[in-house]
Design a protein around this ligand. Structure first.
Ligand SMILES: *Cc1c(COP(=O)(O)O)cnc(C)c1O
Length: 398
C-alpha cells in the first residue's frame, strides 16, 4: 500500500472533480416523475453549447464512446455503403475495424502513427468520386494513442470544394470539452464523445451530436439497430424523458460537470488545456525526449504520447510508476507498446498536476535506466508557466 494520493495521469478515465463525484452520490429517483424533465432538459441545452451546435440534436446513451460510434454508424448508413476512413493510431484503427464488422465497404487511408487526418488525400478521393458513392467521411479529431489532433475544418473544406454530399463523422471522445470543437461551423453530422474524458465523469454515457441532415438520413437508413435507435431516443428526449432507464447519478454528475465548464467558460477551458499541454511539451523536450506527433501543429492539447529512449522499455517505466510511485501513465497502445508512454492532461487538470506528472515521469524513466536529467522537465515546464504561458507561445517547429 502506498500512502498519499494515487496519481491518475492517463487520458481517460480522467480525474473526477470532488464536486462532480459528490453530485453523483444521490438516492435513486423516479425517472418518470412529473418534474424529472426540469432536471434533464437543461442538460441537453448544456451539451449543445459544449458541441457548439444550435441546429443539431444531442443524445446520451448508456454506454461509452465506442457505443456512440456504433450508434452513429448504424443509424445513418446502409449495409455495404462505401465510406472513407483513415488510420493514424489505435482509436482510428478500431473505428475502421468496427465499420468493417458492421458491413461497410471501407476505403481506408493508412498514414504513419504521428500524422494527422490525411485531408489532402481525402480531397483527391472525394474529388474523383463523381457519383457520390462515398456515403460518409470519418475523422478521429484527437487520436489519443498518438497524441495527435487533426484539422476537422480542413476535411469539411475539401468536402465542400468538390460539393460532396457524404456525412461527416467525427470522433471527439478525447477532444470535446477540452479543445475547441465546432459542430455546426465544421458541418459535422455525427459527433461522438463519452463521459470519462473532457467531461470529467466516470465512463457510462456515450454522447452524440447529430445534425438535422443525419437525422433525416436516419429515417431511411437500413442498417439494423434497436437499443441505439435515434428516433426513439430523440422523440422521448424532447419531453425530458428516456426510452429506457437512464443512469440518473451520471446525469447529476453531468449537471455538475457542465456547471464547472460554464463557470470557467469554454474558451478558458481550452486555453487552460493549451497552456498545460505546452508546459508538458516543454518538459518532455527538456528531458531530451520526443513526442509521437510529427509536427507541432499536430500536438494534442489533451494527451502527449512520449517516446522513451531506445534502451528503455516503456512498459518498465509504467510498471515502476505504478508500483513504486503510485502513479498511472497511459501505456503505448498496439504498435507503440514498449516504445511510448502517455501523459493525459485533460479534464480536471492544473499546473501542480502537470509538474507532478513530469517529476514522476523523470523519476520512473531514470529508475528504468534512461539517462534523463532529473528535474529538467519540471524546470522547463515551471519556467513556461511562470513566463511563456502569458504570451501563449507554442514550441516552435524544429
Ligand atoms: C477513449 C477513446 C475512445 C473509446 O471510448 P470508450 O469510452 O472507451 O468506449 C474512442 N476514441 C477516442 C479518440 C478515445 O480517446
Amino acid at each position: 500500500m502506498q500512502s498519499g494520493y494515487t496519481h491518475l495521469f492517463i487520458p481517460g478515465p480522467t480525474n473526477v472533480p470532488e464536486v462532480v463525484r459528490q453530485a453523483m452520490n444521490v438516492p435513486q429517483q423516479d425517472m418518470r416523475a412529473p418534474d424529472f424533465a426540469e432536471f434533464t432538459l437543461p442538460l441537453f441545452e448544456g451539451l449543445k453549447r459544449v458541441f457548439k451546435t444550435t441546429n443539431g440534436e444531442v443524445m446520451m446513451f448508456p454506454g461509452s464512446g465506442t457505443g456512440a460510434w456504433e450508434a452513429a454508424i448504424t443509424n445513418t448508413l446502409n449495409p455495404g455503403d462505401k465510406v472513407l476512413m483513415s488510420r493514424y493510431g489505435q482509436f482510428s484503427h478500431l473505428w475502421v475495424k468496427m465499420a468493417e464488422m458492421l458491413g461497410l465497404d471501407v476505403i481506408c487511408v493508412d498514414v504513419p502513427w504521428g500524422a494527422g487526418v490525411p485531408w489532402k488525400e481525402y480531397g483527391r478521393i472525394l474529388g474523383a468520386d463523381k457519383d457520390d458513392e462515398i456515403k460518409a467521411v470519418f475523422v478521429t479529431h484527437n487520436e489519443t494513442a498518438a497524441g495527435v489532433v487533426s484539422d476537422v475544418a480542413a476535411v469539411r473544406r475539401v468536402m465542400d470544394e468538390c460539393f460532396h454530399d457524404a456525412l461527416l463523422f467525427v470522433d471527439g471522445v478525447s477532444s470535446v470539452a477540452s479543445v475547441d470543437f465546432r459542430m455546426d461551423e465544421w458541418g459535422v453530422d455525427l459527433a461522438v464523445t463519452g463521459s470519462q474524458k473532457g467531461l470529467m465523469m466516470p465512463a457510462g454515457l456515450g454522447i452524440l451530436g447529430v445534425s438535422q441532415k443525419a437525422m433525416a438520413v436516419s429515417k431511411t437508413a437500413r442498417m439494423r439497430r434497436a437499443y441505439f435507435d435515434f428516433e426513439d431516443m430523440v422523440n422521448i428526449n424532447r419531453s425530458g424523458y428516456f426510452p429506457y432507464t437512464p443512469p440518473t447519478p451520471l446525469l447529476h454528475g453531468l449537471r455538475a460537470s457542465l456547471d464547472l465548464l460554464e463557470r470557467e467558460g469554454l474558451e478558458n477551458v481550452f486555453a487552460r488545456h493549451a497552456r498545460l499541454a505546452e508546459g508538458v511539451r516543454r518538459g518532455v523536450k527538456a528531458m531530451g525526449l520526443d513526442l509521437v506527433a510529427e509536427h507541432p501543429s499536430l500536438m494534442s492539447d489533451t494527451v502527449s504520447a512520449i517516446r522513451v529512449p531506445p534502451e528503455v522499455d516503456a512498459r518498465e517505466v509504467l510498471r515502476i510508476a505504478y508500483e513504486e510511485l503510485n502513479a498511472s501513465f497511459g501505456s503505448g497502445l498496439a504498435r507503440l507498446a514498449g516504445k511510448v508512454f502517455r501523459i493525459g492532461h485533460l479534464g480536471s487538470f492544473n499546473e501542480g498536476m502537470a509538474l507532478t506528472a513530469l517529476g514522476l515521469a523523470e523519476l520512473a524513466l531514470v529508475k528504468a535506466g534512461a539517462k534523463v536529467p532529473l528535474g529538467a522537465g519540471v524546470a522547463a515546464a515551471s519556467s513556461y508557466f511562470a513566463e511563456g504561458a502569458q504570451s501563449g507561445l507554442r514550441l516552435a517547429a524544429e
